[in-house]
Design a protein around this ligand. Structure first.
Ligand SMILES: O=C(NC/C=C/[C@H]1O[C@@H](n2cnc3c(NCCO)ncnc32)[C@H](O)[C@@H]1O)c1cc(-c2ccc(F)cc2)cc(O)c1O
Ligand SMILES: [Mg+2]
Length: 214
């Protein structure tokens, strides 16, 4: 077929979700991915864990690595306090184009800055380009072999402060063994595993929540 999966996800949102209603956008994507075509959104089960971490933290500055279609972007942004900001990095222009429209359909474009480019290029420029001092929360959901190098890069760039939270998707499936070993054994982090399931399946997966201790 001529369209891509992200384009079909966007069409499902435009056909089934209400403009300006983030929950209906999330529901439309979950329905499509559960009943029509699987896609690598964090999904509804792990999404509830993500929601509880965001709600409890009430962050002012959030960084998301790997926007894809904007599913977790919408979940996070819909829970942020009024002046909070979410910066999300996506280096695939086609995925970024879909995500912008999904975020706009949810009415959240005022809270989200979608930056088209690679995390390795943009993390060192966060302070000068976006006036970010440190991030209260980072959601890692991009290439799994980039979680560890990008975490070290964020440390080096002084983007983490005492109490910053790293929340990582897929630490079991597909898995991020080097990242997990680092945050679970480094004295600079306190880590906690939230057992769940791979989106829309019965396979095990989970989120790792790591507090940077400074
Ligand atoms: O692979 C998975 N996610 C990758 C996400 C990539 C998205 O992020 C973007 N991206 C990647 N690296 C960077 C980057 N920086 C790094 C490169 O410079 N900078 C900016 N953007 C980046 C891509 O363009 C995509 O939009 C996954 C797989 C399964 C899965 C499980 C079981 C299966 F059987 C099959 C699949 C489940 C999941 O939840 C998953 O998240
Ligand atoms: Mg994921």
């Amino acid at each position: 077929t001529w369209s891509t999966r992200p384009q079909r996800i966007l069409r499902a949102v435009q056909q089934s979700a209400t403009r300006g209603d983030p929950r209906s956008v999330v529901r439309a994507i979950d329905q499509f991915c559960r009943h029509k075509e699987w896609a690598m959104n964090v999904g509804d089960e792990k999404g509830c864990i993500l929601d509880s971490v965001v709600s409890e933290l009430n962050p002012s500055t959030v960084l998301e690595l790997g926007t894809y279609c904007g599913y977790s972007t919408v979940r996070i942004a819909s829970l942020l306090p009024p002046h909070a900001k979410l910066i999300t990095l996506e280096f695939n222009p086609d995925f970024a184009a879909v995500a912008r429209q999904v975020i706009a359909w949810a009415g959240l474009q005022g809270k989200v800055q979608l930056v088209e480019g690679a995390s390795g290029d943009w993390i060192p420029k966060m302070k000068e380009q976006f006036g970010v001092k440190t991030f209260d929360l980072v959601f890692l959901d991009h290439w799994k072999d980039r979680y560890l190098p990008d975490t070290k890069l964020m440390e080096e760039c002084g983007l983490l402060r005492k109490g910053s939270i790293l929340l990582a998707d897929n630490v079991i499936c597909p898995g991020t063994p080097d990242y997990l070993e680092y945050v679970r054994n480094s004295p600079r982090y306190k880590s906690q595993y939230f057992k769940s399931h791979l989106e829309y399946t019965k396979a095990e997966d989970g989120l790792e929540k790591s507090v940077f201790l400074g």
